[in-house]
Design a protein around this ligand. Sequence first.
Ligand SMILES: *Cc1c(COP(=O)(O)O)cnc(C)c1O
Length: 359
Amino acid sequence: MHQLYFTPGPSALYPTVNLHLKDAINKGYLSASHRSATFKDIYKETENNLRTLLSLPDNFSILFTSSANEVWERLIQNTVENKTLHLVNGAFSKRFADIATDYKKEAVVYSAKEGEIVNVGEIKEDNEVELVAITHNETSTGVSQPLEDIQKLRNKFPDALITVDAVSSLPIVDLPYDLIDSAYFSIQKCFGLPAGLGVWIVNNRCIEKAEKLENKGIITGSYHRLLSMYKKGKDYQNIETPNVLGIYLLGKVAGDMLTKGIGQIRNETIYKAGVLYYGLQTHPLLNPFVGNERIRSHTVCVFNTKGESERIINELKKNNMVIGSGYGSFKSNHIRIANFPATGKEQIEMLADKINEIQ
Ligand SMILES: *Cc1c(COP(=O)(O)O)cnc(C)c1O
């Protein structure tokens, strides 16, 4: 029986993936050399579609990694000599700070209570900080750091590089690229694609920083050094034999999103989030985990459950609907519902109706 997935990664496939997958096979793209003109054209199309979809300025490059986890490590290796600063709103932002510590960097950590965000007003200016790490959408708890905070951080850290984890919010979030230096996502979240590819967006300041570190004799990694990735990327290639299928599908789905219109997709996301948060408002077993509406995620909706979350999850499974459990220690008392572009308005309405039947 066909299942409807509302899980926050891996997540429901974008409706056109089936078609593009068949095309990729039929056209022989998956056997073509990754040094061929065929591959370079695929890379070029993906890059161009992403640039347009995200309104990415020319001073940013698009690079491919294995996933977002890899980007964390590459950022630490290639842009930090001594000191980082992390806004930790949950498990994913904490993991990035831990990687900085693994690399023996001095990681300054500001942590929020679960379900809340770091108050940027409390962050002290510090001109030794080289990299400021923000998580726009914390998938573990369903909080979003407001975009206004990026401006405040830029004012406090005029010289540092600012990087934004937008793994579960791009392309829904319209990031202020003039204020940041790097952003990244994995394709199995908002883009509704099979897992196995990360996208790392970097500007010239990141490249210059990596050069500076290398000139000092600092090791910035080997096969995925930022500078070698950047150089190959300029020629629409990767260092390694890459995830050609992932790169191809990403370009095609980004193209489909452009055809639909990113404005339309963003509006639908807000509408569907409303169906979930307001449609389930009077549910006797549920209430939104994030109390403050201003910081509630539009793309990952998290609810506290009265009693075990498993009961609701299992009831929905009987209707072939799959939602996420809580993350980590919240496993049994939260549910998480992905509100990504792959999921239509009717599906979210149907889900809310079904959940309301569970009492
Ligand atoms: C899923 C996720 C990650 C990690 O992505 P991987 O693809 O597993 O590397 C990082 N940050 C956030 C906010 C996420 O949701």
